[in-house]
Design a protein around this ligand. Structure first.
Ligand code: ADP
Ligand code: MG
Length: 683
């Protein structure tokens, strides 16, 4: 390839070497044995591959409605092909009267079938060779410059003619290949690009997925091994602060689950090794008190502790909650966020540096370089997934030994995901809600019954309760968000007369001071209704609130709805979650809503969410490259994941440093993966 096209390929797809090209796997194959006859296309047809002669290429409409239309026919029938975009260059590439293979999704238009934006490729002697032909992804820029699927196929064909088996050496030890029935690496690469049969393609995919997942599990297992030898502060006393709090100031009895988790934390921190523990507990399960008591434990052993939250509101809430509980004990805690400035900030930084301030709650502001602790012994991190995973590391730098780390999350993490994301952490689960909680009743209501819904809310407020009304974020436009929120707010005011009801409003674009003031009006009970965007999603605690009304619920994600629902049902009263939608709701949205109505089990919801959305989406890790797999999908391939986890652990148990010569290939893979994903920085 010439230097210019080569550069374009590098820019567009990151392909600069033969190896990169090898890893540019086809996402599909043309299988010449799997052609559909055009005449057989019917209402049941979805994606089809057809072959025929192209005629009647022409444009219709004009301006924005302009489209390119062509007809493809074979001996059984004809079908229309349509393009709405890139009309000019597609038109140039089509030759009337020539034969093509076409792949695409069939649409039914008044009984006439068509395929819009099909993949189309000239049917020539090359495409006629038997077996399965690779279909490679390319980009628009590349296509415009003539680098099409066909060009890729030529490149990979040329490559496989050049290279021999020893050019793609096996990297996994023979023993693993045998035990897990994996084909060799050269074979897998060849079959991924040029399988003879679907079975071969599947065997090749399986082998490469296995390798990917195995490497990720090795990295995690190694990290975990490092943790277990990483020295940490020894908390060997349970002293007066912990005991005093437990005996005199604890406002309720701990649940058994809370006690168990505290025991686990005490055991961890007494070993002289660093604790890296993930505390999972559904919303409202009472994680805060566990955090506080762990902080008291740190203090009893002469250490400082911090609690870090992803948002100002949450940090403030932790600060308020904890300072309230500590008030009578006379233990100081301060709040450090980006908004704390000037003198106050200076005083906090000084207190942390000289050790006179034992506790601090805060946001990202806590990991800024100017924040130096005298002896940080424990870092509690709330709602981890909102932080870039790498940020956990930042607190470490400030000490001679790293602090113990307690990561708390209310997002139940499905097992497969936990294995890839948090596999290096020990996990504690609070699987029990504080006593007296009642299941939140969840219903789906359409706009047509809005009057009844509002009536119901009024009745709840009459009883002295409070209510949330939440509007979705419309990602594309913050401005639109605000508009829909404002319109909603006006509507709410029409239902709830201002002389009788107090309504507070918060949204992401509000001045922090105002947001906080409004939030406080609701938290204090002065306002009965809080109109908000999803800024209140995580962690806000108003036990007196019993109604959560989600407007345009079809726009919310599952986990998000679950989090929001968790804002109610935090006191002893029966609580309600009302999912409002318009009359038309897509099947997918309806599925989400039905899941919400049918269960309050956070784990079930998280599993469904993962299945519906995929992990990257849920945890914002796809872009940050924390678990980028070329082929593997941790939901669909959870079986392979399990297998590789066991294999990784066994291997490390035998040879923790992977020093044996037969592990040279694995060491190479690990080095590559680490470069790509900065795994070393994760915790
Ligand atoms: P989350 O796990 O969602 O952070 P919180 O720590 O905010 O939950 O606790 C939710 C509510 O439950 C708070 O009002 C808290 O005071 C209360 N709570 C926590 N533990 C108990 C308990 N053992 N008994 C009664 N109430 C509790
Ligand atoms: Mg919380």
């Amino acid at each position: 390839m010439g230097p210019q096209r080569g550069e374009l390929l590098r820019m567009e797809l990151g392909i600069a070497t033969f190896e990169d090209l090898l890893y540019h796997f086809p996402y599909r194959y043309f299988d010449r044995t799997q052609m559909t006859k055009i005449g057989d296309i019917g209402p049941h047809s979805e994606f089809v591959q057809i072959g025929g002669t192209l005629i009647n290429v022409g444009e219709e409409g004009d301006g924005r409605k302009k489209r390119l239309i062509a007809t493809l026919y074979d001996e059984s029938g004809r079908i229309e092909l349509i393009w709405f975009q890139n009309i000019n260059w597609i038109r140039k590439s089509l030759v009337e009267g020539s034969r093509y293979v076409v792949f695409g999704k069939v649409a039914n238009f008044n009984g006439y079938y068509n395929i819009s934006h099909p993949e189309i490729e000239a049917l020539n002697s090359e495409t006629n060779i038997p077996g399965m032909q690779p279909v490679y992804s390319t980009t628009e820029k590349l296509r415009i410059r003539g680098i099409t699927n066909r060009s890729f196929a030529k490149l990979t064909q040329a490559l496989f003619e050049k290279i021999r088996q020893h050019d793609i050496p096996e990297l996994l030890p023979a023993e693993l290949l045998g035990r897990y029935r994996l084909c060799n690496r050269y074979q897998a690469m060849l079959w991924l690009h040029y399988p003879d049969t679907e079975l071969h393609a599947e065997m090749a995919r399986h082998r490469m997925k296995w390798e990917e997942l195995f490497v990720s599990q090795l990295l995690i297992a190694r990290l975990r091994l490092q943790h277990t030898v990483q020295p940490g502060w020894r908390f060997d006393t349970v002293g007066p602060h912990f005991n005093d709090f437990f005996n005199k100031y604890l406002p309720f009895q701990l649940t058994d689950a809370q006690k168990r988790v505290l025991r686990e934390i005490r055991q961890d921190t007494a070993t002289g090794k660093q604790m890296n523990r993930l505390l999972q507990g559904d919303v409202g399960s009472g994680k805060t008190i566990v955090a506080l008591m762990s902080m008291l434990l740190a203090m009893d052993n002469g250490f400082q502790a911090c609690i870090m939250a992803p948002t100002e509101i949450l940090a403030t809430q932790h600060y308020n909650g904890i300072s309230g509980l500590l008030e009578e004990m006379g233990i100081p805690i301060k709040l450090l966020t980006g908004n704390v400035k000037g003198k106050e900030r200076k005083a906090i930084l000084a207190g942390l540096a000289d050790g006179s301030l034992p506790f601090v709650a805060g946001t990202h502001a806590l990991i800024e370089d100017t924040v130096v602790f005298q002896n940080l012994g424990l870092a509690v991190i709330d709602e981890q997934h909102r932080f870039g995973v790498g940020q956990r590391a930042k607190l470490w730098k400030k000490n001679e030994l790293p602090p113990h780390v307690l990561v708390m999350t209310a997002t139940p993490i499905p097992r497969t995901l936990a294995m890839t994301m948090y596999g290096d952490l020990d996990v504690s689960v609070i699987d029990e809600l504080p006593p007296g909680r009642q299941e939140i009743k969840t219903v789906h209501r359409r706009d047509s019954s809005r009057a009844q819904v509002m009536q119901f809310m009024k009745a709840e407020i009459e009883k002295g309760r409070q209510a949330y009304i939440v509007y979705p974020l419309i990602e594309e436009s913050e401005k639109l968000d605000l508009e829909s929120l404002m319109a909603g707010y006006e509507q709410v005011k029409m239902w709830f007369a201002e002389d009788k009801y107090k309504i507070a409003m918060v949204h992401g674009r509000m001045e922090p001071a105002l947001k906080e003031r409004n939030m406080k009006r609701f938290v204090s009970g002065e306002a009965q209704i809080l109109v908000a965007t999803t800024v209140i999603e995580v962690g806000v605690n108003v036990p007196n609130a019993t109604v959560m009304l989600l407007e345009s619920a079809e726009r919310f994600g599952l986990s998000q709805m679950h989090q929001l629902r968790g804002r109610v049902g935090r006191g002893g009263e029966q609580s309600y979650c009302i999912l409002m939608t318009g009359s038309k709701v897509s099947d997918e949205s309806l599925k989400r809503i039905n899941i919400m109505v049918s269960t309050t089990d956070g784990f079930k919801i998280a599993e469904e969410d993962l299945a519906m959305r995929g992990p990257g989406d849920m945890y914002g890790t796809r872009q940050s490259g924390e678990m980028k797999f070329r082929l593997a999908d941790i939901v669909q391939d959870s079986g392979i994941l399990e297998e590789t986890r066991v294999a990784a652990q066994q291997l490390l148990a035998e040879d923790p440093r992977l020093a044996a010569p037969q592990y040279q290939g694995i060491r190479y893979l690990l080095g590559q993966q680490k470069e790509q994903s900065h795994w070393g920085k994760i915790s």
